[in-house]
Structures are given as C-alpha cells and as structure tokens.
Write a protein that binds this ligand. Structure first.
Ligand code: MG
Length: 313
C-alpha cells in the first residue's frame, strides 16, 4: 500500500522552514529534448504555483537560438502576469541585452550563471571565468539600481566533467566574486551530481569563513549518483534554507552527458514533510502536475516519489 504522506517526525536541529526554488520550467525544460508549447508551459507554472511553490523560475532570456526550448520567453512571461506578488518568477539573464528584454516585461528577479571551472565557463558561455564575471558586473549593477533581486548560479561547485574534482578554494573565489558584484543570493550547483555530504558541509563552512553567510546560500543538487537528498540533508544541518529542485526531476545538463537530472521536487518535499519542515507545498497537487506534464513530454517522471504516489495497481 502506498501512503500519500510520510509520518512527520521533526528534529530541533533543523530549520523549521525551507524555501524551495522550483527550477522545472527553466532548468528542467531547457534540458528536455521535447520543445513544449508556450500554453503548456504557462499552465505548468500556474499549476506549480497552485501546488504552493512561491519561487518558480520561469524562463531564460538568453539568445533564442542558443536555447530553442526557451525561445518563447517574450510570449510566455506575459501569460504569468495574473500570478500576483506572492509568487516570485525569476528569469535567467546572461547579459545587458537579456536584462533589457526581461525588465521590458516587468521581471523583478533575475539570475546570472557563472561557473567555478574554466572548462564549463568556456563550454557554457565561451568565456573565461573572469571574463564572464566582467560580463555580469554591469548587469548586476543595473539590476540592483532598479531594486531587482539577483541570484547568482555557480555551476560545477564539486566536480567538473573535464577537470574532475574542483578545489574548494577555487569555488570560494568565484562565489565571493559573485557576492562582491552584488548578488543577493548564490545557488551552489552540483552540476554533474558527484557531491557527497561531507564535501557539501566543508564547502559551506569555507564559504562562511570567507564571509559568505549561510542565509545567502542555496543548494542545487543533481541526483546522478543518488546523493541529492543526502547532500540536501547535510546542507539543512548546516542551516541552509533555500533548496533548488525540479518538479518531477525534469532536466539534466546538456554539457555533462552523465548528469541524469535535477533533484525532483517531490522527492525533496517527501523528505521535508517527514522532517516536519514547512514548505507550503501540497505534495499531491505537485505530483499530479508532474504526471500531467510527463504525459505531454511522452515519458514518465524519473522521480521515485512521483512514481510511488502515482502507481496504480
Ligand atoms: Mg540543474
């Protein structure tokens, strides 16, 4: 028999509340083969908001020919205007042109995306790490002048497919540089899913020691080696309260073939519900949304929780 919710057994050592930064509509769909119609994306985002997610990354204002899956940002964003201020809709912005496009549509939260390694900076942005930081500097400055919230994504914080393990001091250097540019928060990405819990806690401690506070840090884990929830738990123990996840486990990473995907939001919510940690998310509604989208993508969700909850005898 499948149960709809875990038994909640709270722990006093963990944060009482976690904000889930839902990335399915952007990071997820960007890395799916199928191109989803704009109306389906709009309905997906509305359903995520209805399920209780309050931060739903919506799309990306990179060059449309770079990411054809998200080339409809101009059409999509206005369809989300009825969601109201309680649902934050961050969008990815690579440069000044992207910022212009996003702000013209009224975006109030943006994200820039840097890499902790030279190889991925080259593959993803065709720039060195420092060149990409220089590209983001005026974007972040202008956004902040307009009181737009800025998230900095930092990819390859634990391992890189070309370079192997990434030295912690190298990650800390780029993280600090992003904070110095004026980012409000950082999302530490385990882009190929190789992190383990002790590594996570050591990186978080080193960042704290170098002046980056825990409340400015979110974590973005991939489940390639089955470590995403263990790593999330380690981050919670450290005091992190912002966790990225993708509904139904959508997406992966096109530059790291082994990356089988983002931590599924349902798997995360199951664990957080069991720990008595408040997220505001209705697991049943969220699962129904992922099942609905999987039907449109033509493949089942890789999330264990979605499979368990939607299993029919
Ligand atoms: Mg991801």
């Amino acid at each position: 028999m499948i149960h709809g919710l875990p038994m909640a057994v709270p722990s006093e050592e963990l944060p009482p509340q976690v904000r889930i930064h839902e990335v399915g509509a952007r990071d997820g769909l960007q890395n799916e083969k199928a191109v989803v119609p704009t109306q389906v994306k709009a309905e997906f985002i509305h359903r995520l908001a209805d399920a209780g997610l309050t931060t739903v990354e919506a799309t990306s204002f990179v060059r449309p020919d770079w990411v054809p899956q998200l080339a409809d940002a101009e059409e999509l964003f206005p369809l989300l205007g009825d969601l109201g201020p309680e649902v934050a809709l961050p969008v990815l912005v690579p440069n000044a042109r992207g910022l212009d496009r996003a702000t013209a549509l009224g975006a109030r939260r943006i994200a820039v995306f840097a890499s902790a390694t030279e190889s991925f900076a080259k593959a993803n942005l065709n720039r060195t790490v420092d060149e990409s930081l220089a590209m983001f500097a005026p974007v972040v400055e202008r956004a902040r002048a307009d009181k737009i919230h800025v998230r900095g994504y930092l990819s390859m914080c634990f391992g890189d497919p070309w370079e192997g393990p990434v030295p912690i001091h190298q990650v800390v250097r780029v993280a600090k540089a992003l904070m110095d540019l004026g980012c409000d928060e950082l999302s530490l990405g385990d882009t190929i899913g190789v992190a383990t819990p002790g590594h996570v806690q050591t990186l978080l401690s080193e960042l704290n020691e170098e002046g980056v506070p825990t409340n400015a840090l979110g974590v973005h884990f991939h489940d390639t080696y089955g470590q995403a929830l263990a790593n999330t738990f380690a981050a919670l123990q450290h005091g992190v309260t912002t966790v990225d996840a993708s509904a139904g486990g959508l997406g992966g990473c096109p530059y790291a073939k082994s990356a089988t995907g983002n931590l599924a939001t349902e798997d995360l919510v199951w664990m957080l519900d069991g720990l008595g940690i408040e997220t505001g998310v209705d697991l049943g509604r969220l699962t129904a949304t992922s099942v609905w989208l999987a039907e449109r993508l033509g493949r089942p969700s890789p999330s264990r929780t979605v499979r368990a909850l939607s299993h029919k005898e």
